[in-house]
Design a protein around this ligand. Structure first.
Ligand code: TYM
Length: 371
């Protein structure tokens, strides 16, 4: 396996989540913190119970403020480089749960500027049209229209830009190089970009003319942006945002993050039933080379991509998940049946989601902020 590399634009190698947490300087979401969350939410989301949301910054502080009556808002985002995949839905469905439980506002940034700047061959027009398509997926998840604002950077830049330059003035090129690995060949838009991603963490405070705590759910690859932003925000007079970090939903291959860089092992929300079937048919299960050996020796659910699809997304009932894992371990569930079950489950979810996605087209105006 290649050496672990995790940046906001690239994840390679086998991710050692504890090492990453230490390298990034994050705290573990431990039992006392889970108990504290549960006091407010009544139950724990399956992503918390399973340690998939596993790290944080300042979550204890955020709850202190909440308990004092100082409510927070949520902020998360999407870089529209293509269609939405199931991995993206991990932080978003968790964000929806937080919105429902804490009755908070959500600010959802879609960074067409970022994807234009960072991706070779991506035009600003294409990135903007993916932004609209991605917004449909976000709306389809059922966010509260009264409490949710979605904004595409180039459509909302008149509001954001003055604050982005305030951030940018406090970030040197040498910091950006050290954190993001930029070189002298990096275009200057990319170097500036992190300032745009910082803005929504305090924009609601600017607009409300008072300091409001912010909580950002994301997968851990996006943390470096906020490591930089958190140093700057007190200098502008705002709270540092709190953050909750998720592990990566794997793809259908052996190991690795679900990512658009490997489309065959990625399930997109727009995939047709046949495409889903074909992709799952080729999935890595880690099972023994023959049926006989699998029945005798069993498999390992921790490396089986089908089992991991259930753990991250498709089976939220812990007892049912354990049953699936056990039947992988004891060799009673063979790859063919395992794949057929998942295909059925995935296509059922996608059929529903795709219906909601189409309905969302007429709701875009209710959600989108434009200058
Ligand atoms: P993007 O579009 O790469 O990813 C959107 C969100 O999905 C998370 N993610 C995953 N989570 C679980 N499993 C996976 N396999 C997986 N792949 C991606 C990402 O961590 C992210 O939370 N620059 C950002 C857009 C952005 C943003 C934000 C993200 C703007 N403001 C604030 C989080 C918070 C981006 O390109 O995300």
């Amino acid at each position: 396996m290649a050496e672990m590399k995790v940046t906001p634009w690239e994840v390679t190698g086998e991710v050692d989540y504890d090492k990453l947490r230490r390298d990034f300087g994050l705290d573990r979401i431990d039992q006392p913190l889970l108990d504290r969350m549960k006091k407010h939410t009544g139950e724990l989301h399956y992503l918390l119970r399973r340690g998939i949301f596993y790290a944080h910054r300042d979550l204890g502080w955020l709850l202190d403020e909440y308990e004092k009556g100082n409510k927070f808002f949520l902020y998360t985002g999407r870089g529209p480089s293509g269609n939405t995949h199931l991995g993206h839905l991990i932080p978003w469905t968790f964000t929806k749960w937080l919105q429902d439980k804490f009755k908070t506002e959500l600010w959802f940034q879609i960074t067409d500027d970022e994807k234009f700047l960072f991706k070779d061959g991506m035009s600003l027009e294409d990135s903007h049209s993916y932004a609209i398509e991605n917004a449909l997926d976000i709306i389809a998840l059922g966010f509260d229209p009264k409490r949710t604002k979605i904004f595409i950077d180039t459509d909302y830049s008149k509001t954001m830009y003055p604050h982005a330059v305030r951030v940018a003035k406090h970030i040197t090129f040498s910091t950006a190089k050290a954190v993001f690995g930029f070189t002298n060949e990096t275009n200057i838009g990319s170097i500036f970009y992190t300032s745009m991603q910082a803005v929504p963490a305090f924009l609601p405070s600017v607009l409300a003319k008072r300091n409001i705590p912010c909580l950002i759910p994301l997968a851990v690859d996006q943390d470096p942006h906020f490591r930089v932003a958190r140093d700057v925000m007190p200098k502008l007079g705002y709270y540092k945002p709190a953050i909750m970090h998720s592990k990566f939903m794997p793809g259908l291959g052996p190991g690795g993050k679900m990512s658009a860089s490997d489309p065959n092992s990625t399930i997109y929300t727009t995939d047709t039933p046949d495409v889903v079937k074909a992709k799952i048919q080729r999935a890595f299960t880690g099972q023994q080379p023959t049926r006989e050996l699998q029945k005798k020796l069993g498999g390992n659910p921790d490396i089986c991509s089908i089992c991991q699809f259930y753990r991250f997304f498709f089976e939220q009932d812990d007892k049912k998940l354990e049953k699936i894992f056990e039947s992988e371990r004891d060799g009673s569930l063979l790859a063919g049946e395992h794949k057929a079950d998942l295909t059925e489950r995935a296509n059922k979810f996608l059929a529903e989601h795709q219906k909601k996605r189409e309905k969302a087209r007429s709701q875009l105006d209710k959600f989108l902020l434009r200058d």
